[in-house]
Design a protein around this ligand. Structure first.
Ligand SMILES: Nc1nc2c(ncn2[C@@H]2O[C@H](COP(=O)(O)OP(=O)(O)OP(=O)(O)O)[C@@H](O)[C@H]2O)c(=O)[nH]1
Ligand SMILES: [Mg+2]
Length: 473
């Protein structure tokens, strides 16, 4: 199946495309975006789907529509799509032989600069495809990384993206070297063509590069820890203010930033693009009966977000981990709504975000009829509410729901405990979930006195120092 359409214009990477001006066969000049052909395997869903990681997957056309949007977001134009129905991808080449030829023909006909695969390719698959098709091959992960790199604004975000890029690059380095030396490029890195040629394909230089990348990875990790320490201290201060934290989570483009803007007037970027938000923004919001909360807008999730990328955003997503309550913003207009809800749940699991109270905000209902809203099946999700973040409809009712849940959690009691030094996790828990008013140390351990939500009392019971209030609890 080959579909073609007119490309939409945008620019790929900062300034890259502008340099690529040149004559095309048809006489037009190419000044601007790279031209991309999209490619995906349409796996037969019940046989290998689960093994292949698409157990609750989007149908291939939905997934390709998403890849199309990612491609446009990255700044390229889509000039063709090729899919192949397969039980599982070919280990060495991903597509079958005939399909690779078809892909090559489309690339030639459309004068495409690259092919973007909807799946993660192994380094070998990537190299073989480049050989077979004769142009640059990029996979979904690399595309998402490219978007992240363009969009990260804060220092922390930039460090995280660079870390993820290097982690992606490392296993691919030897394949890159093979390609590089084939093109005669390895000599520049090896300090002279003769040396490389006599020593084999840049083996030594490859090791040097690998080591350099590993060192840079270690350095980036340290710096990220440094930055997140700073965030940690900031959060500690925030905690002492005792203001509950509410985090907006959801699939990319669901309307999280629109909701933050509607509620706080925050000047955050709202765009009909994927991954408009990368760096978290936090603003204060008053709930209907006057309680203040901090509302945080975070990076959106996407199906099959590679684990390495999720891990790279750990520090940012700690915001979510710290939250007292999550508002899961759902794009009710998306044809893939259920799959999106599932993948948000799966990503939260992967991030080990423990069970937290959640409000499920079915957004964009301004575009749905009453009948359509009834078929959303809202009742199977926790604390469902209908909202239109763009117009403000339903938003006050949503905040009342948030307030009611937070009120229910607010049942705290005074507690005094003596925790042995080995019980560091409990000290941590008290700090995170309670408010410490006195902290002293002796050889036996740490003495803490403060307020703790009643539901955590059991964990501390063995270490309780009896007081009147705990005897009653
Ligand atoms: N019709 C309608 N459109 C909305 C509503 N809320 C958001 N949108 C649109 O949906 C698109 C995405 O909105 P954002 O707020 O940027 O979404 P996000 O969840 O922050 O997305 P990322 O930051 O990319 O993860 C924008 O074009 C918004 O205008 C709504 O209530 N109704
Ligand atoms: Mg956003």
């Amino acid at each position: 199946m080959v579909e073609r359409r007119l490309g939409r214009r945008a620019s790929w990477g900062a300034g890259l495309a502008e340099d690529a001006a040149g004559e095309r066969d048809d006489g037009s000049t190419q000044a601007g975006p790279e031209r991309a052909v999209l490619a995906a395997v349409d796996i037969s869903r019940h046989t290998t789907a689960a093994r292949y990681g698409r157990s609750i997957a989007l149908p291939v056309h939905e997934s390709l529509a998403e890849l199309d949007r990612l491609t446009v977001t990255a700044g390229a134009v889509v000039v063709g799509m090729v899919t192949q129905r397969l039980d599982h991808p070919e280990p060495g080449t991903f597509f079958g032989k005939g399909k690779i030829e078809e892909l090559r023909d489309v690339v030639r006909e459309e004068d495409a600069d690259l092919v973007i695969f909807d799946d993660e390719l192994s380094p070998t698959q990537q190299r073989n495809l480049e050989k077979g098709v004769g142009c640059k091959i990029v996979d979904r992960t690399a595309l998402i990384l490219d978007i992240f790199a363009q969009r990260a604004r804060t220092r922390e975000g930039q460090l995280q993206v660079e870390l993820a890029q290097l982690q992606y690059l490392l296993p691919r380095l030897s394949e890159l070297w093979v390609r590089f030396s084939r093109l005669g490029g390895a000599s520049s890195g090896g300090g002279g063509g003769g040396r490389i040629a006599t020593r084999g394909p840049g083996e030594t230089q490859l090791e040097v590069d690998r080591r350099a990348i590993r060192e840079r990875i270690a350095m980036l990790k340290e710096r990220i820890v440094g930055v997140s320490d700073h965030r940690h201290r900031y959060r500690e201060r925030r905690k002492q203010d005792g203001i509950p934290v509410v985090a907006l989570v959801g699939y990319t483009n669901a309307g999280k930033s629109t909701l933050l803007r509607q509620l706080t007037g925050a000047d955050v970027l709202v765009e009909d693009k994927l991954f408009a938000t990368l760096d978290p923004t936090t603003r204060r919001v008053s709930l209907p009966r006057g309680q203040q909360v901090l509302l945080t807008d975070t990076v959106g999730f996407i199906q099959r977000l590679p684990t390495s990328l999720v891990a790279a955003f750990r520090a940012t997503l700690e915001e979510i981990d710290q939250a007292d309550l999550l508002i899961h913003v759902v794009d009710s207009c998306s044809a893939a709504m259920s799959a999106q809800i599932e993948s948000v749940g799966r990503t939260l699991d992967e991030l080990h975000i423990g069970a937290k109270p959640m409000v499920t905000a079915f957004n964009k209902v301004d575009r749905l009829s009453t009948e359509q809203i009834e078929t959303l099946g809202m009742d199977s999700f926790p604390n469902p509410v209908c909202i239109a973040a763009a117009t403000g409809e339903g938003v006050t009712a949503m905040l009342s729901r948030v307030e009611a849940i937070l009120d229910g959690q607010a049942d705290t009691i005074p507690v005094t405990v003596r925790l042995p030094y080995a019980a560091g996790d409990l000290i941590h828990l008290f700090r995170e979930r309670g408010t410490i008013s006195r902290e002293t140390y002796d050889p036996d351990g740490t003495h803490l006195h403060g307020m703790l939500p009643r539901r955590f009392l059991d964990a501390f019971r063995p270490y309780l120092v009896e007081t009147r209030s705990t005897r009653r609890a």
